[in-house]
Write a protein that binds this ligand. Structure first.
Ligand code: TYM
Length: 334
């Protein structure tokens, strides 16, 4: 852990092909921190198995997610990129923190309620304690800042509460983390049901634009995006479809909402949707090209994973040693 730099940590589940929600809400922002902070970006495969995964798919997506991190501009020399299951301290601290997390707190997590409704035949204990493992991810590295989409806000607040509780019982042990939620892209909505979050596990392919979708697919999906009554291109509460498209267009072009509204004044939904598709496809083209190169080089990805895991394990060991001592475990001298 670099003492001279503050720490950023974030993670993405390799549970599906990543969407522009993951990209705009999280990964695109990760690189902003690479110079000023010591950054850990993790592929959280242990979180992914809270929902049943095909093992071969999980393995492939873990490589893919790491390749996407790099393709989205995260330089492995400047960021610690690693896979969660390669650093056993995550599961270990997760267990310890389970003992400092209340049943009632976990019961209130909206994502648990949503996921239990969706996976009624597999409401396992891991799905329930998932937010504690997330707290462990964050607290292990003495993280100051966690860049995420707004759907993770409740989990983040729980991580803070767990850190505060532990610190209160044992004295200062963990840095209490803050979230970094980019306002305009905090929640990219589904293209089919714009009052719902765009989610990588959505069964309706037309609802999600994936980072790796080919150009014509991206344009077709935006052309089909649900818009609202009326014809004005204006952000408003009663126009969730158009508002979402304005956010996406703004995020890819760096334009503010009023700038986008002005640009499309007097134009129709058809022209606007085509323009959104084009800027999205243009922005993703270099990411896709870089991804294609990287994913063909498994040996390179494994080297990155290995180096990342070694660095992360080394840094996590410091926190673990402190935690073990505080809770009363015996540490044997090596
Ligand atoms: P996950 O894998 O669901 O999503 C990865 C990141 O993408 C963000 N995101 C979105 N942002 C804007 N609009 C959307 N439609 C959208 N969909 C997803 C998420 O907010 C997230 O930042 N529990 C986490 C993974 C995790 C984690 C952590 C994150 C595990 N440990 C520690 C931060 C720190 C999750 O399931 O993200």
């Amino acid at each position: 852990m670099y003492q001279d730099k503050k720490v950023v940590f974030s993670g993405v589940q390799p549970s599906g092909v990543l969407t522009i929600g993951n990209y705009l809400g999280a990964i695109k922002n990760f690189a902003y921190f690479s110079d000023a902070y010591h950054c850990y970006y993790c592929v959280v495969d242990e979180h992914a198995i809270t929902v049943r995964q095909m093992p071969a798919d999980l393995r492939r997506r873990t490589y893919e997610t790491l390749a996407l991190y790099i393709a989205c501009g995260l330089d492995p020399e400047k960021n610690t990129l690693f896979v969660q299951s390669h650093v056993s301290a995550h599961a270990e601290l997760g267990w310890i923190l389970d003992c400092y997390t209340m049943f009632g707190e976990l019961s209130r997590m909206t994502q648990f309620k949503d996921k239990s409704a969706k996976n009624a035949d597999n409401i396992n204990a891991g799905l329930f304690t998932y937010p504690t493992l997330m707290a462990a991810d964050i607290l292990l590295y003495q993280t100051e800042l966690v860049p995420v989409g707004v759907d993770q806000k409740q989990h983040l607040e729980l991580s803070r509460d767990i850190a505060l509780r532990f610190n209160q019982v044992y004295g200062d042990t963990f840095v209490v983390p803050d979230g970094y939620i980019a306002k305009e892209t905090a929640k990219i909505m589904s293209l089919a049901e714009p009052t719902k979050k765009m989610s990588k596990s959505d069964e309706n392919e037309n609802a999600v634009v994936r980072i790796l979708d080919p150009r014509d697919t991206i344009i077709r999906k935006f052309k089909r995006a649900v818009t609202d009554s009326g014809s004005e291109i204006r952000a408003a509460e009663d126009k969730p479809g158009v508002t979402n498209l304005i956010s996406i267009y703004g995020a890819f072009t760096g334009k503010s909402v009023p700038e986008v509204e002005k640009e499309f004044e007097g134009k129709g939904y058809g022209d606007f949707k085509l323009a959104v598709g084009e800027v999205c496809a243009d922005a993703l083209a270099p990411v896709q090209a870089q991804f294609a190169r990287l994913s063909a080089d498994k040996a390179y990805l494994e080297t990155v994973m290995k180096q990342g895991a070694e660095a992360a394990a080394h840094d996590a060991a410091r926190t673990m040693s402190k935690v073990r001592r505080k809770v009363g475990f015996i540490e044997l001298k090596r």
